[in-house]
Design a protein around this ligand. Sequence first.
Ligand SMILES: [Zn+2]
Length: 203
Amino acid sequence: MEIKKITSTLLASNTYILIKDNSSIIIDSGAKLEDVIKTTQGTKVEGIFLTHGHYDHSFNSIKYSKNFNCKIFASKEIAETLSNPSKNYGDDFKINNFEDFIFFDKEGTIKTPNFEIKTYNLPGHSKCSVGYLIDDIFFCGDVLFKRGIGRTDLFGGNKAEMLSSLKKINNINFKLIKSGHGEESFYNEQIRNLSTFIKFLSR
Ligand SMILES: [Zn+2]
């Protein structure tokens, strides 16, 4: 599997394109459609997966789903955030028609023809935050960064929930973690970071 990253002009959010043979999936949708078209060229896009509803991660999702004719997978908690600019922080950005969406609430495995995606509910940064484990790579949105954790003071944020989500990540077996902003990081460095963040939030 090959992973390509496009860093968007929307608060420098990351959009990830995972490519396997002639198939691909997309994680988050801040990147411009033209850039995603170029990056996915020669592949069939099997799905779009949103880590949460803040506009810098969800802005172009409908454009992608219409263009690639595929579904958008997201937590069922996301609708409230996407339909309200004061909750997704995107000026006048809102989505009211969810026909292209497939919502999930329970953790489990989503299978597209060529990808297997394990889902984890990770509230704390937002109620609709989820992580996706694909092979041994964990896509965690804005929950955890190379050098920090996501804000908990935005709509739907919650410190106690963030603490539980970090504890949950602590028990996931991953090799690499790819965040919603910034660089990737390795299991060993994150396990050290996580114990510090957990201590900090437990005070
Ligand atoms: Zn966010």
